[in-house]
Ligand binder design. Structure first.
Ligand SMILES: [Fe+2]
Length: 345
């Protein structure tokens, strides 16, 4: 009989590198020629931001940030190992990896036979030759796509990558859940979401380029709405509940991203907006998530939270509240990070 474990983590890219480089996004955003004078030096920053930056450009704070994040990754990994899933279904954003000029689907199930990928150079594990070879579960992926289409969710699917072996939302999730390098052998079904919407091509799903202005007419059509993704997540959980599988469902993403928050001059994340969503999540106020406006997602730089819209839809469908949650906030390390473990009982 089916059993479902629901999980959420961050795939924060700078965790791959050493502490000294963890604040690289922030340092880049400090170069923004349009940054108000006041924010150009620590004296003009809010006090907790100054404290995090300290007199070592955030190096010591990076160590603490890493410790906290890795602690959470270990907890989630333990829950995964205890559960022993048949496969892990991962909701993650595609940041101009396989969603590019030639096609931008709203979401896409990777029904590959297997996956092969390696951590980038200069990683914190000092790995130069490491290759992850993971199986997919094509039968289950096709079953899910079939049933979603029958339910009115015209999901895209792919049998092989179009450009990139596997997007960072998925690879980083594996690197971090395997932070202690004990191995990761669970089959995976990556379920990519077009989170970046209007900026998926215009900004290549990444940091703003300061050498050119991006006007309204340069923007792409929007991402799917929180409501649609919530309903997609609910349908996914409903379908998997009726399947023969033990499934771990994992949302992989940070929340508000500094480099997407125009109102904060792309310097620090919209933590109050994240806190509000987090509180609603913990309280089981899932309708607030379903009704969350796309406009707020964009204004608060919460594009990647759309992965969690799927997860919250699944929680709603499963009539489940999270058992363990954590919120790791920061001013200088680009994004709020949220962790969640919600087992059946
Ligand atoms: Fe991402």
């Amino acid at each position: 009989m089916a059993e479902i474990l629901t999980l959420g983590i961050s795939h924060y890219p700078p965790l791959i590198g050493p502490d000294e480089r963890m604040a690289y996004i922030f340092k880049r955003m400090l170069q923004n020629p349009k940054l108000p004078e006041k924010l150009r030096s620590p004296q003009g920053w809010p006090e907790p931001m100054q404290a995090e930056w300290s007199n070592d450009e955030g190096a010591e704070a990076a160590g603490r940030h890493r410790q906290e994040l890795v602690g959470w990754m270990r907890q989630v990994r333990n829950a995964l190992d205890e559960f022993k899933p048949d496969f892990v279904l991962i909701w993650g954003d595609d940041q101009y990896e396989n969603f590019r000029y030639d096609i931008i689907p709203p979401f896409c199930i990777s029904a590959y036979d297997n996956f092969s990928f390696s951590p980038p150079a200069n990683n914190v594990w000092s790995e130069t030759e490491k290759v992850y070879e993971l199986p997919g579960n094509k039968v289950a992926a096709k079953f899910l796509a079939t049933r979603l289409i029958e339910e009115g969710f015209d999901t895209a699917y792919a049998y092989k990558p179009l450009h990139h072996p596997l997007g960072h939302a998925f690879t980083n999730a594996i690197y971090y859940l395997d932070y202690d390098r004990k191995g990761f052998d669970y089959p995976i079904i990556p379920f990519a979401i077009n989170c970046y919407g209007r900026k998926v091509i215009a900004q290549k799903g990444g940091m703003p380029a300061f050498d050119r202005d991006v006007g309204e007419e340069d923007l792409d059509p929007p991402a799917p709405t929180p409501r649609r993704l919530f309903d997609l997540g609910a349908a996914t959980a409903r379908i998997l509940k009726e399947s023969p599988y033990r499934v771990a469902i994992l949302a992989s993403s940070g929340w508000s991203h500094a480099f997407l928050v125009g109102k904060n001059h792309y310097l620090y994340p919209d933590t109050p907006a994240d806190r509000q969503l987090y509180d609603q999540l913990c309280a089981g106020d899932y309708q607030a998530w379903r009704n969350y406006p796309s406009k707020t997602i964009e204004e608060s730089g919460q594009q990647e939270v759309l992965n969690w819209s799927c997860l919250v839809g699944a929680l709603n469908e499963l009539n489940r509240k999270p058992k363990i949650t954590g919120f790791v906030d920061t001013w200088i390390f680009n994004s709020s990070k949220v962790f969640l473990i919600a087992p059946e009982k």
